[in-house]
Each structure stands twice: as C-alpha cells, then as structure tokens.
Write a protein that binds this ligand. Sequence first.
Ligand SMILES: Cc1cc2nc3c(=O)[nH]c(=O)nc-3n(C[C@H](O)[C@H](O)[C@H](O)COP(=O)(O)OP(=O)(O)OC[C@H]3O[C@@H](n4cnc5c(N)ncnc54)[C@H](O)[C@@H]3O)c2cc1C
Length: 392
Amino acid sequence: MKQFDVVIAGGAMAGMTLALAINKRAPQPLSIAVVEPFNADNLAHPGFDSRSIALSYGTVSILKQLGLWADIAPVATPINQIHVSDRSHAGMVDISSQEVGLESLGYVVELADVGRIYQKCVTQDENIQLFCPASVVEIEREQALATVVLDNGETLSTKLLVAADGAVSTCCQKVGLELSEHDFDQVAVIANVTTEQAHKGRAFERFTASGPVALLPMSEGRMSLVWCLKPQDAQAMMALDEQAFLSELQTMFGWRLGKLEKVGQRASYPLLLRYRQQNISHRFAIVGNAAQTLHPIAGQGFNLGIRDVASLAEEIARHSEDPGAYSVLSKFKQRRQADRHATISLTSSLVHIFSNDYLSLRIGRNLGLAMMDNIPPLKAPLLARTLGLVTR
Ligand SMILES: Cc1cc2nc3c(=O)[nH]c(=O)nc-3n(C[C@H](O)[C@H](O)[C@H](O)COP(=O)(O)OP(=O)(O)OC[C@H]3O[C@@H](n4cnc5c(N)ncnc54)[C@H](O)[C@@H]3O)c2cc1C
C-alpha cells in the first residue's frame, strides 16, 4: 500500500490547483497523490474540455500567490470591459477596468490549455504523484487514516482524502454526503465565434427571453459563446447548420460586434445547481464542483472553487503534521460557509431574475440595470463578487 499525506480524487481545475497550492503553502514537503481517469491531452477529459472560462481578478491574485499565473498568463486574454444588457430594452450596465482602477477585470482561458500547463507542473514536482488513468472506487476510513482503492487495483492510504471529482462525486457518494439538486431546466450551448469587429477585450452578457447569452474575448480575435436555453431550444440550436445557427445568434445578440462570421464546434451542458451542505467528514474534505456546481450565468464556478482550494491549502499548511485532523477540517468548513452561501444565492437569484420574461421582472431588472449603472454604491457589492474580491 502506498502512503501519502493527502490524496486528491479528481485532477481537473480544482484538484490540480489544490495539489500545487498545498505544495506551495506547506512549510515542509507533504506527499500528495492526484487520482484522475483522463490524461490532460485526452479530448474526452471532462474537466479540461473545449470550454473557455473567465477567471476573476481575485482568482488571478490567488494564482499569482501560488506562483501559477506566470505559466497561465501567456494563454490568457484580458477582459477590459463588461457590458451587460437586456435584449430589446434600455437597461444596461458597463463596467470597465479603468473605472475600477484595475489593470483588467479578469482573464479568459481555454481549459484545455490550463490542463496541459497543470499536468506539466504536477509531473515535474517530486512531491506530487499523478495516478492517471485511474479512478477512486472504494474508500475506507479509520481513526488516523483513509484508505482509497483505485480501479486498477492499487491501494493508497492517506491522512486526508479530498474529493475534487466533480458534480456527481463518487467519493461523496461513498462517504454518504447528501446532495441537494435544483434543475434550472436550461442547457448551455458553447462554441467559439469569430466576429467582424475586434472584441478589444470586451465581454458581453445579454439577457434574452430565451435565456442569457455571454460572449467572452479570446485569443486570435475569437469570442467564447455561452448561450443558456430551454432544453428543447438548445437541442434545436445544436441541430442547425453553421449559417442558420449564426443567424439565430445574431438576432439574439445584436450587432455590437458587427456580423457574426464563423462558429466552431458546438457542445452542450445541462444546467443544474448541485450543492452539498456538508463539505467535510472524517478525514475527508470537498472542493470545487464536488462541493457546489453553479449555473454559469455569472461565471462564478471555478472562481468560487478556487477559494475552497486556497482556504483548504492554507489550513493544511497551518497543521501540516496532520492535514486530516478535525481541527483543520472544521476551520476549513467554517471559513467557507458564508462565501459558498452568498455566491450560490447570488447566482441562483440572477438566473431567476434574468431568465424569466414576466413583465414585472422585466421592468424591475431594467430599472435595476439602469440604477446600477448610475449609482456606484449599488454596483459595488455585485462588482466585488464578480471580481472575486471576497473575504474567505
Ligand atoms: C458552460 C460553462 C461555462 C462556465 N464558465 C465559467 C466561468 O466563466 N468562470 C468560472 O469560474 N467557472 C465557469 N464554469 C464552471 C467551471 O468550468 C467549473 O467550476 C470547473 O471547471 C470545475 O472544476 P472541478 O475540478 O471542480 O470539477 P470537474 O471539472 O468536474 O473535474 C472533476 C474531475 O474528477 C475526475 N473524476 C471523476 N470521478 C473520479 C473518480 N472516481 N476518481 C478520480 N477522479 C475522478 C474527472 O475525470 C474530472 O477530471 C463554467 C461551466 C460551464 C458548464
């Protein structure tokens, strides 16, 4: 049996960041194992797929503290302005990096790029051992240790097992942590889009009767589309040919970037809120999507997940002699409570307010957007969370 201080199930954004974060923060070297079924360059990797995500200013600050940003920066596109609007109505909000006095509001990265970078960092680090391809299939816990059985028959023992194995989380199921689910009855259609006019670092979020449309600036002048639709509408959009798809999107998004010229391969994701109230158990902690999976409306998923990761890594560093001790886990749980609740509530409220076309909501949100644009104190709390400037 191989022994480790920490075993992390799941080597995607949360799991890989955690392995590197513990390694960076711990005052003395800890032995870390990451178990992941897919190699980072495997196109079927569920965590490092064709998606692009926006990293908030706060997330980039954490990545800088962990010494990871220098590797990611060359493949990241800065967001200089965010434009929020409501289709066919006047209300809109503009947020610019100049207005808030920051170099940029955040950055957009392609998950496949980050996957390759992370895999290289992890494999070059002698304190981290990557078990790949492999997955956790059984867990047993005793007073001082957890034992993990992999699907290839190997057995690992550890002082702390961390579940970073995504929304469904086999590990949480094995340990018996309850899952709350809410189906938003929406599907996100994603694709890369080429536009006639240069994006100049602008990100757009547009609320339409059928659901929110976001376009994020990417490298090579491309934009990353996230279009949330009713499941039947998403199915219809996925089936359209390129020109018909672009024409539907143009109608919803408008002409702020001129003609939408090309669209790459489309992919779709059913949207559910998944949440585990308990984010710890005996010799066990949860981070990232395994703890909470959010609607992408406000681009908060990994930006919240990395705050789980950073807080857990800090608590482990404070008690590195026993990273799975109850004192470490209870402090981690306590530190994460308020932020998790606030971000989940904010995201779910936005979905409700902006995905419905009731007249009262429409008037309310237009007034809200217009007021927010004109009254800075109203903009501030939403802005702080969007930028990831949150107390942990
Ligand atoms: C359309 C869309 C747009 C988004 N946009 C944004 C955005 O702009 N900003 C943002 O911050 N977030 C965004 N998100 C959310 C973000 O992508 C996720 O929060 C993040 O990628 C989750 O990472 P994770 O590592 O927690 O989980 P996952 O990516 O789900 O990774 C889990 C990993 O665990 C592995 N695994 C599964 N079972 C086992 C097992 N038994 N043993 C070992 N390993 C296992 C899987 O192979 C996988 O690699 C978006 C999400 C979607 C769907």
